[in-house]
Write a protein that binds this ligand. Structure first.
Ligand code: ATP
Ligand code: MN
Length: 466
């Protein structure tokens, strides 16, 4: 007899399992009893969206006693023979000859009912929501895409680099960082002293990283092609459906790559991931297309198979100005593109992923490479329908004199970036990279509208539960 069989294995290899005796273990999704005394349990073990139909017979003794206690939400074991199912909706079922109840769930208080719950409600029960179809499916897609990301880079000769989570360099030079300190805010040690950080753990200001890019650059200028994939933190004080305070970012960094090479890699990456989702998660993609976003499958095929559009920032501004759309935020050359602008371009104008390149120098951080016009930098954003910006990247400034000038213009202190400057003094080389927001990718691939549903435990302003 086979123990520890996963339901996905049974349902995916029906011919192999028919007539075999197996043990399955999981959670009861629904239970229904016919008048004739036959019971139908839908058992889910998390291996797939679909559950296994377990058939029970009314009876006395141990079997009957256990059966009487099995309710929705219970964790059980069922042992029996895999049989052909006469019913609709499944081709095989398990005729349970032995049942074991690991843990029951009182139907009066179990928070997951058979009806559809709102995402807001499910967020409050983050400890139980992975048992729902949508959150469970999102978790499986997330896992599979993580693997596909490593595959993409490893197949292409990139090395996986672990960049630090605690950092003393604030990558963008912007606010929005979380401080890391061992000082007690109630008793700030060293107050009034010359150096308020004297008693602090690192003896200087430290933060949770907002990006691994600068450290990835160090390794790209030694190992050639590298990537990071890890948690990133931004104290974004905005409540949007695509921002988290803690999110995962994928950041490749490549020596001897200019902006065109960077763009090519990013577009191949999106294509690869869309194809991987269609190939590896067909059950989930079909589910999300049916219940969350009817356009999903078409969008994924579009991203996996068709070409992408690439336009300059200046062209994007022209398109937006001529569109006649009543945007909430006005469009002027030199201003940031807002989410509504991004979505208009990728959804309404092109209907596919779009790369936007060469942004105004004043908009972007000091490390982006200055173009010949001296007004723009070699930056790129990639927008996808439904989500908007999914990737931000650039060619990095490798020329020492231009970098120093950029730092001066943007008020970035040289002392804080001594090592970054030295990389331009010793064996500098053209290089590029980008950052993909992993949760935005999962949103793109599932059609789930709010980013809080595609990460197990979302952190947003005022929320750090579980
Ligand atoms: P946005 O304009 O959407 O805030 P950004 O310009 O701040 O994005 P980058 O600094 O370029 O983003 O970061 C690279 C990628 O990381 C973005 O393209 C996006 O996919 C993702 N990202 C950025 N901020 C967040 C966040 N707060 N939560 C989730 N993903 C994020
Ligand atoms: Mn941002």
């Amino acid at each position: 007899m086979e123990k520890g069989i996963r339901i996905s294995d049974l349902l995916g290899n029906e011919a192999k399992w028919l007539g075999k005796r197996v043990i399955v273990q999981g959670w009861v999704k629904t239970r229904r009893d016919s008048k004739a005394g036959v019971g139908f349990i839908e058992l889910n073990d998390g291996s797939s969206l679909k559950g296994l139909q377990v058939i029970t017979e009314s009876g006395g003794g141990e079997y009957g006693a256990v059966l009487a206690k099995i309710t929705t939400g219970s964790a059980i074991l069922a042992e029996g023979v895999v049989s052909e199912s006469p019913g609709k909706g499944q081709s095989i079922e398990l005729r349970a000859e032995r049942l074991h109840l690991y843990g029951g769930a009182d139907p009066a208080t179990y928070p997951l009912q058979k009806k559809r719950h709102s995402f807001e409600y499910l967020r409050q029960i983050g400890h139980l929501r992975p048992r729902t179809n949508t959150i469970g499916a999102a978790a499986r897609v997330r896992s599979r895409l993580s693997f596909a990301i490593h595959q993409f880079f490893q197949e292409r000769g990139f090395h996986y680099i672990h960049t630090p989570i605690i950092t003393a360099s604030d990558c963008e030079g912007a606010g929005e960082v979380f401080r890391v300190t061992t000082l007690d805010p109630a008793r700030p040690c060293g107050e009034g002293a010359e150096d308020p950080y004297r008693g602090d753990f690192f003896a200087k200001p430290a933060f949770l990283t907002v990006s691994g890019q600068l450290q990835a650059e160090i390794y790209a200028l030694a190992l050639g092609k590298v990537y990071t994939f890890g948690p990133t933190f931004r104290a974004e004080n905005s409540n949007t459906s695509r921002h988290l305070a803690e999110f995962w970012m994928v950041e490749p960094e490549m020596a001897f790559h200019d902006l065109d090479d960077n763009l090519e890699t990013a577009l191949a990456f999106i294509k690869y991931l869309a194809a991987a989702a269609l190939r590896e998660c067909p059950e989930e993609v079909e589910f999300f297309s049916r219940f969350i976003d009817p356009e999903l499958e078409k969008r994924l095929h579009n991203a996996a198979e068709s070409s992408f559009e690439v336009i300059t920032y200046t062209e994007a501004v022209d398109i937006l100005k001529k569109s006649g759309e009543p945007f909430e935020f006005p469009v002027e050359w030199g201003g940031d593109l807002q989410a509504e602008h991004e979505r208009y371009i990728t959804e309404k104008v092109f209907g596919k992923p779009v790369g936007i390149v060469n942004f105004p120098r004043t908009l972007k951080p000091f490390y982006m490479r200055v173009n010949e016009d001296e007004k723009t930098v070699a930056a790129m954003d990639i927008l996808v329908p439904g989500t908007g910006e999914i990737i931000g990247g650039s060619q990095r400034e490798e020329r020492l004199d231009v970098l120093l000038e950029q730092m001066r213009l943007k008020g970035v202190a040289r002392d804080d970036y001594r090592w970054y400057i030295e990389l331009r003094e010793f064996g500098s080389a053209p290089h590029s990279g980008f950052g993909l927001g992993f949760e935005r990718l999962v949103q793109f691939v599932t059609g789930i509208p709010n980013i809080r549903e595609v990460i197990p435990f979302p952190r947003t302003p005022g929320h750090a539960e579980f």
